[in-house]
Design a protein around this ligand. Sequence first.
Ligand SMILES: Cc1ncc(COP(=O)(O)O)c(C=O)c1O
Length: 382
Amino acid sequence: MNKTAQLPLRCWAEIDLAALERNIARIQQSLPANIRYVAVVKADAYGHGIHQSVARLMHSKTDFFAVANISEAAAIRELGPGWPILLLSPLLPDEDKYIIEYDLIPTISTENEVRRFDELGKTFGKKISVHMKIDTGMGRVGVWHSAAPALYASIRHSKNLFLDGIYTHFSSSDSDIGYTTKQRNLFFNLLETLQISSKDGLLIHADNSSGIESFKKNSPINAVRIGLLQYGVIPYKDSILSTVKTENVFSFHTRIGLIKKLPKKTSISYGRTCTLKRDSDIAILTAGYADGIPRSCGNRGSVLINGHRCPILGNITMDQTIVDITDLEQTSVGDQAILFGKQGGTEITIGEFSQWAGTIPWEILTSISKRVQRIYKTNLGT
Ligand SMILES: Cc1ncc(COP(=O)(O)O)c(C=O)c1O
């Protein structure tokens, strides 16, 4: 056994897979019965661990998985055959053959991809299932909506391709309802032009965690692609699904490595961006930006120690973070500090932590570094 695995923890994440499973169940219960669930598990399942998360999701009646690349798809396949896996990002030509090896569904945005995947199917004597993506205003992957009818015809005429789904992606579903409505209408109009309905057996999807609106009013949509919300983080309080009671799956922990007293007017950390306003007790935490605490949290964020918020002093350093514990009564070296998560009756949310960092929860979760051990809680509570 690897001896380092037994060492005391200095900085770690606790991942509650039972909470993940409860979240999925609640999200699924809130969706109309015909809506299929595409679980977005790219970037190591948003930092939660792809193997552990996917194993739970398979248990939770997930219909489909979506990932960014071949290596993520291969990780899912290690857990078993059967589940359809959609590749959301474009493939490099030298990756095409892995579609066959791992039985994957690529996204098509261009005529070039139609030709490549058709040729691949021909070579292997197999029909390749594909999803066609429509760019309705994201400006990233997908065929521009006005060029979509021609691409659709090419896919339909390709002997070795099977159109399994069609989708679009909203650029601002967590901030701009007007723009999202415009994108949705473009998508719906296109489906009408192409005479595609949910009865054709195609998977038709658009909404992510914050944009769950499209399946209202006889809509053709029959699937959702959910990432962040399944991990208990609500990206947009006005989305329909924000009323679903989800729980945080991921919490971020470190410990106090050193406590000391410093006199008023001492400057703290690199760059001297903080000067003590009073004689202070400070604690040096055993985690820094190399663990995934963004430097931008310096002088802005707090951590929880013994149920109290303790402000971060000065710049975050690579391996250590300095906090003010002057107002705490009892603190000892070795005590736990919560970077985000609950302690006692208090909580620092990922949303709050992200705001201090000037970024979004997606980036925080996917930037917690490899040095941070993931501890899985497997107890299935209610
Ligand atoms: C194409 C696509 N669909 C769905 C999602 C999931 O989004 P969310 O995490 O907001 O649910 C993402 C996330 O980046 C994405 O890129």
